[in-house]
Ligand binder design. Structure first.
Ligand SMILES: Nc1ncnc2c1ncn2[C@@H]1O[C@H](COP(=O)(O)OP(=O)(O)OP(=O)(O)O)[C@@H](O)[C@H]1O
Length: 269
């Protein structure tokens, strides 16, 4: 089973400002959204999980071993991360080569890496762009390339930083399917989001970061029903909750279909 155990995690970029102030979390099984205001420390937190930064205090254990005992290359076999900006990740001049780079880098044979890359590119809908230069494609397509590049590595943990940014409805649906498939494959999926609708609809657990601390951690339904905490973290409730409130419907709704069902009951009962 895949798990990350985070104890008393502190981190500072500079001496005078602590960015993470003692985070304790146990991440396993559930798809988890990480939300919070700009600057709350979300990206810093996931970079620490991925081993791109080292804690100033505290520890992160991946499946029982301290991540500081892994090399970055070794940790990359287990923990994949899709960066917020695909331009920070993409450097090859052909889509297929970009997606094959990760699997090759962790020692896979050319054929295996190619198969993994083709499979991943199919999942993101770019199987007909193999020979294109990523920079001739749109930003949302480049984001899909960066997602495929991480999927192709078949890591135990998959971290997404703002995957829905710049995606249209079809793109978001595709990402939703990818997350659900990763979950069914037993992967641990973590996702930083500013899109509260997507967070509420897709994720089982939600963690609210605020000024370097965890303000609230619980089932997505419980978190999005706590208006005081959301206000404190400068977050909005998902639109379905706002609509329910505006039309005077009691209850907690995280998806459009739940709201529609409640409206139908209210009208027809
Ligand atoms: N490389 C860096 N050097 C110095 N300070 C940094 C660096 N990266 C981030 N910070 C600071 O650390 C704090 C947390 O930033 P971080 O990017 O982790 O927040 P975030 O919650 O991911 O925000 P956003 O939602 O805007 O991405 C911010 O005050 C930010 O300015």
């Amino acid at each position: 089973m895949t798990e990350l155990l985070i104890n008393y995690l502190h981190f500072s970029y500079t001496k005078d400002m602590e960015v993470l102030k003692g985070i304790d979390l146990h991440l396993k099984d559930q798809t988890t959204a990480i939300v919070g205001q700009n600057g709350a420390g979300k990206t810093t937190f996931v970079k620490l999980l991925k081993g791109l930064l080292q804690p100033t205090e505290g520890a992160i254990q991946f499946n029982g071993s301290n991540t500081k005992d892994y090399t970055a290359a070794n940790l990359a076999e287990h923990i994949g991360m899709v960066f917020q900006n695909p331009n920070d990740q993409i450097f090859k001049s052909k889509v297929l080569n970009e997606v094959m780079f990760g699997p090759l880098n962790i020692g896979q044979e050319e054929n295996e890496a190619r198969d993994k890359a083709l499979e991943a590119l199919k999942k993101v809908g770019l199987e007909d762009r193999l020979e294109k230069n990523p920079y001739d494609l749109s930003l949302s397509e480049r984001k899909m390339i960066s997602i495929a590049a991480v999927l192709a590595m078949d890591t135990d943990v998959v971290i997404f930083d703002e995957p829905t940014m710049g995606q249209d409805f079809a793109g978001k649906e595709r990402i939703k399917e990818i997350i659900s498939e990763l979950r069914s494959l037993g992967k641990l999926v973590l996702c930083i989001l500013h899109d509260m609708d997507f967070a509420a609809e897709v994720f089982e657990r939600t963690i609210v970061f605020n000024q370097g601390n965890v303000l609230l951690d619980g089932s997505t339904r419980d978190v999005f029903s706590d208006e005081n905490v959301l206000e404190q973290a400068f977050l909005e409730q998902p639109h379905v909750m706002q609509i329910a409130k505006n039309i005077g419907l009691d209850g907690i709704y995280t998806t459009e279909s739940e709201l529609v069902a409640a409206l139908e009951r209210a009208w027809f009962d």
